[in-house]
Design a protein around this ligand. Structure first.
Ligand SMILES: Nc1ncnc2c1ncn2[C@@H]1O[C@H](COP(=O)(O)OP(=O)(O)O)[C@@H](O)[C@H]1O
Ligand SMILES: [Mg+2]
Length: 239
């Protein structure tokens, strides 16, 4: 490729837009008479369609950071912009709407409702807020997307760990959020199931163009992502 072609190529590619920006995030909490500083000025930008691993040792502040960027927790200072809008200044009602519309969460322990079937677990978030289509149809469609079209009526205890985590990912996708945030999603899975879930995430990213953010302490998990943001002692170490 010569220089002219290279320039033309750059012009043709639209500038990526930020799905999420964290700006100078601090978090401190009281501990007895002192305060402990958990996050000490974290700034990061994640574009639409990126699959980013937030990697760092246990206790480095990953879960705290994810809770803040998901709008579940407040920073002590700093801003979180979702599609350019600061969520740290929002009231609870408005914030709940933004979370329901734009953010899906997945946890290490799956957190499925044990008495509901796979399909009912995926339908559950669709009864909150406004969504197009019938919840049952939407749930079936997404369970098919994650490869579980044949497990609709199984309850969590009738599914393997890997399958349960797929249901949890389907539930996170149900409301069609732009961003899916996953906190140690493979922490309770063996190697084979971890790889399956990570392959699925890459495939979903390619097919849906959504943004996936995974916190992990495992370098093998982080290697599946496009990019790593390394957190050490409450700070980004690879800015
Ligand atoms: N509610 C809390 N009260 C006091 N300390 C906390 C609280 N939540 C987290 N911490 C401390 O903050 C640090 C970061 O925790 P966390 O965000 O869970 O890290 P990670 O997810 O990377 O393991 C740890 O030292 C933890 O003990
Ligand atoms: Mg954690």
């Amino acid at each position: 490729m010569d220089a002219t072609e290279s320039t033309a190529h750059r012009i043709a590619v639209p500038t990526p837009t930020a799905a999420l920006e964290a700006i100078d995030i601090y978090k401190s909490l009281p501990l007895g008479r002192e305060r402990i500083d958990i996050l000490k000025g974290i700034t990061l930008r994640i574009n639409h369609g990126e699959f980013v691993a937030v990697i760092g040792p246990s206790g480095s502040g990953k879960s705290t950071l994810l809770g803040i960027i998901a709008g579940l927790d407040n920073p002590t200072t700093g801003k979180v912009l979702i599609d350019g809008i600061d969520i740290t200044k929002m009231g609870e009602g408005q914030l709940a709407k933004v979370r329901n519309a734009k953010i899906g969460m997945v946890y290490q322990a799956f957190n499925l409702i044990p008495t509901l079937t796979a399909q009912e677990n995926v339908e559950a978030p669709l009864y909150v807020g406004k969504h197009t289509g019938r919840p049952a149809d939407r749930a079936r469609e997404i369970l098919e997307l994650v490869g579980l079209g044949h497990r609709l009526r199984n309850r969590p205890n009738q599914l393997s760990g890997g399958e349960q985590q797929r249901v949890a990912v389907a539930r996170a996708l149900a409301t069609d959020p732009a961003i899916v945030i996953m906190d140690e999603p493979t922490g309770n899975l063996d190697q084979k199931n971890s790889e399956n879930v990570l392959d699925m995430v890459r495939d979903l990213r390619d097919r849906t163009g959504k943004t996936f953010i995974i916190a992990t302490h495992d370098p093998n998990v982080a290697a599946a992502a496009d990019r790593e943001v390394r957190i050490v002692d409450g700070l980004v170490a690879n800015a």
